[in-house]
Design a protein around this ligand. Structure first.
Ligand code: NI
Length: 392
């Protein structure tokens, strides 16, 4: 790629910088949780229409638009998620959430703003563009079964050759890009176990079947699945995150309810834990005469970046943003429903660093004081525009 062209792409992104920051702040102030992104979708639809595009709502709270180039060619889809989280914001920012109990605490406001910025740039340069760029403004990334699967089922990938997306990423410093072929995010499964004993007077435990110590043993036994049964070179997380029992200090309860999450990259490790959690729970309960019911819910599939798409995108990003800002991506045990698109077409999802310690932007994703470094938004716009110009 020519240096001049790289400079041009960066200048185009810089040209919409103020718009993109304004989009982000508007969206940040008006967050809507998964499957409820009505005003967000309306806003995005209106902006896209103002660029001369013809957006559609494939589902009630999502928006898709096509930027058709002047010459025939391939089709690249770029995805941004738009949903917020049920968190009460504590950032104190002047554009903090005006919707009580909802907050853009994962950066999806930034994703939507960056893709709107790219849409503005690309819609003004259709004459230079071969093929088609399809802009996917997706609802409900945060809530299983997720918006990506619904959009796939609605046919938004029909005719698409490849798909890309990014996540503003606090583990990575501002402006840096993490990109690698292969696994990037885990399968985020969840489980629940209800142990049924027999309650009674806390002073007479011998007359009861106390489920509380059983639950305590079970929590430790489940940790042993990861430490003793999973290959130590294969990632797995098992976290018990909910324990509910009891109503009084002097009453042994009838039941204990446990809940938690399992994160894996590999299908065989996932199957092992899916099988062994109920086996261990039932065996342990049976040993003490109790019973239990177990439920295991599979979540999103892991993201696996396609080698060819990733290679092409990484080359483009190095050329446009600079060799020094692009590094191999460190995978994460978080879940991402971008994987649903990759079941249909080859794709690549990359991290866009947005941690800035000098500005105090250090709180993790899903924290009430989470925010992003707005200076990286134009980097994201440049990445999307560069991808459109060079992958097609
Ligand atoms: Ni997110």
């Amino acid at each position: 790629m020519q240096t001049v062209e790289s400079e041009r792409i960066r200048a185009l992104a810089r040209g919409v910088r103020d718009d993109v920051v304004a989009y982000r702040r508007y969206l940040h102030a008006h967050p809507e949780t998964s499957f409820h992104e009505r005003e967000t979708a309306r806003f995005v639809f209106g902006e896209l229409a103002s660029f001369g595009l013809e957006p559609e709502h494939p589902t009630p709270t999502s928006v898709v638009a096509r930027v058709k180039g002047a010459s025939p060619g391939r089709c690249l889809a770029i995805r941004a998620d738009m949903d917020a989280l049920p968190i009460t914001e504590e950032t104190g920012l002047p554009f903090a959430s005006q919707n009580p109990g909802a907050m853009h605490a994962c950066g999806h406001d930034g994703h939507t703003a960056m893709l709107l910025g790219a849409a503005k740039v690309l819609s003004a340069m259709r004459a230079d563009l071969p093929g088609e760029v399809r802009l996917l403004f997706q609802h409900a990334e945060e809530l299983y079964p997720g918006g990506a699967q619904e959009l796939c089922d609605a046919g938004v990938l029909d005719g698409v050759d490849m798909v890309i997306g990014t996540h503003l990423w606090l583990p990575l410093s501002s402006g840096r890009i993490g990109i690698s072929a292969g696994p990037l995010t885990a399968a985020p499964d969840s489980f629940s176990i209800e142990i049924a004993g027999r309650g009674g007077h806390a002073a007479q435990p011998h007359l009861t079947l106390d489920p509380v110590p059983l639950a305590a043993q079970l929590i430790l036994a489940l940790q042993q699945l990861v430490s003793r049964e999973v290959d130590p070179l294969r990632p797995a997380v098992l976290s018990v995150t909910q324990v509910h029992a009891g109503t009084a200090d002097n009453v042994i309860p009838d039941r204990v309810a446990l809940g938690g999450t399992v994160r894996t990259f590999d299908e065989d490790v996932r199957q092992l834990l899916e099988r062994r959690i109920p086996e261990v729970a039932q065996g342990l309960c049976a040993a003490f005469g109790a019973t239990c019911t177990c439920r295991y819910q599979r979540g999103y599939r892991p993201i696996r970046n396609d080698a060819a798409v990733t290679d092409g995108l990484a080359r483009t990003l190095r050329a446009v943003l600079g060799e020094e800002v692009v590094e191999p991506a460190v995978p994460s045990m978080v879940g991402e429903d971008f994987s649903a698109y990759q079941e249909r077409v080859p794709g690549c999802f990359f991290w866009l660093g947005s941690r800035n310690e000098a500005k105090g932007i250090v709180y993790p994703h899903h924290h009430a004081r989470f925010t992003i470094d707005e200076d990286v938004l134009e980097t994201g716009v440049a990445a999307f525009v560069a991808a459109a110009l060079h992958l097609l």
